[in-house]
Design a protein around this ligand. Sequence first.
Ligand code: FAD
Ligand code: NAP
Length: 550
Amino acid sequence: MSAQPSAATRAAAYDVVVVGAGFAGMYMLHRLRGLGMTARVYEQGSGVGGTWYWNRYPGARCDVESMQYSYSFSEELQQEWDWSERYAPQPEILAYANHVADRFDLRPDIQIDTRVERAVFDERANIWSVTTSDGKTVTAKFVVLATGCLSNARVPDIRGLDRFKGKVYHTGHWPHEAVDFTGQRVAVIGTGSSSIQAVPVIAEQARHLTVFQRTANFSIPAHNGPLSSQQREWFRKNYPEIRRFEREVARNGIYTQQPDRGALDDSDNERRARYEAGWQHGGTVFMSVYNNVLLDKAANDTAADFVRGKIAEIVRDPVTAKLLQPDNHPIGSKRICVDTDYFATFNRPNVELVDVRTDPIEEITENAVRVAGKDYEADALVLATGFDAMTGSVAKIEIVGRYGQTLNQKWAEGPRTYLGLMSAGFPNLFIITGPGSPSVLSNMIVSIEQHVDWIADCFAWMRSKGLAAMEATKPAEDKWVEHVNEVAHTTLYPQANSWYMGANIPGKPRIFMPYIGGVPVYRQKCDEVAAKGYEGFAMTAAEQRQAAAS
Ligand code: FAD
Ligand code: NAP
């Protein structure tokens, strides 16, 4: 038999294969174009936008203000785009992603409806072979995983789910056509950020809504509203300083007042006034009122008590109010939620809260969710059950590095990276916002741009030095992993069973995955590493590659 590849499997050579066409993949492609590198972006969805392509559930919107949750790399773009609201709704963010794709003419190099299934590194040639769901294999010098931290929707393993006769939706995989719950009995499972946004909107449509809560969550009101042209202009005029601040000053990459004291430094009255001002201002900024809320349990309790008090004021039925008050994790140790009328929704006569912490969901029948022997009937089921976060989408690709080792084998006890950017044993494979980088603890677009710029600058440097390959060294990686863990354990974060810890996925190793050191410190570290000739990375010269390959 001939070993000739068929036309369908013939290899093409790119400088870079990028996996994913969300904000990370699109900006990566733009930078690669600027370097004159050839690139192919593969996206399994039928369009660009990533998170904002998939999460079309009612009420979906960003919780970092839109004037900040947007690209900064193009002055023209940030001056010309008009955000309509303080927190833009999903369709508008998706429209923005599409605008970016068109404005920078990205689409010719993006192949949609195509999953990357496998990537294998050829050690002799320093080349990756990438196999896609259309049966083709291409080769590339570099692979960049822009696969997203929250892109692998998780369907819980609940008995009987497949028997349910009504429609089943996952918030992270919402249909493109409009879903109308009018007149229906709807069951929502989960009470994380997605549910907290969706519940108030679904409650307005549905005849009856039952919310199944395992863990009550802290949520801060968004106080969303239209943006005036003056507000937009203020941001546009001040963008140079705002963007500098996001990158160099704010731990979370968000331009906001920085705390100058701890929660216990103020008197009870002063503290209450500050929390009240934070609550009235709205959004994640509430967590920045004091500088030690995530470091000191006593300080944390003051913020948690304040929010529990607000819940008790808003929710009329005391039993429901009590159930909605989080009591098993420090505030902020699970991602703080931002809502519009979430708690008040439980005052509606058509909304019911069911506690599934004490009695987990037993099973799902043809027409109901069964808890403690009682059937809660439903016509539609909404799974707001989250994601296999940070590593889930990477793990779905079979990535084979040096010595035939797969990334899943290497990460079996938890992800190991140097700076969240590369993993030893996998040369020329880069991850955008990977585990071990600030990623999900920050304004993600700030972190995405930082990673993309670092990677693009690195490619340019490698070219200027005639290098064929680059790889994280094991000692540098070990030291970084240790540092990431050490910093995490100086905070209250590891006390919660959060997706940051992998705790939402049965069997997933309990490792705190993002880097807590903050955006400015992390950025500085990455810049220092680059300035020292990419310290902690091993380089292979092009001549070495040619010699090895011949
Ligand atoms: P994604 O947007 O997740 O894009 C990754 C893409 O890769 C996806 O389209 C996926 O289909 C594709 N992909 C994955 N694997 C493969 C494969 N094997 N082959 C081909 N394609 C693949 N962050 C904030 O900072 N502020 C917010 O307000 C905010 N709101 C959010 C709201 C929701 C509902 C969710 C789920 C997340 C939110 N986030 C927010 C985080 C958000 O994920 C990031 O802000 C950002 O959009 C991530 O961009 P990305 O390109 O890195 O990843
Ligand atoms: P999530 O925070 O992981 O919430 C999932 C919810 O489902 C949790 O309440 C979880 O309970 C529950 N759950 C899972 N399996 C269950 C089961 N078998 N029985 C009962 N309950 C179950 O997921 P998410 O709400 O989709 O949010 C994920 C992240 O995406 C957020 O933290 C945020 O970073 C981002 N996001 C942001 C926004 C925004 O406002 N811009 C909106 C949505 C998402 P437990 O807590 O007990 O595990």
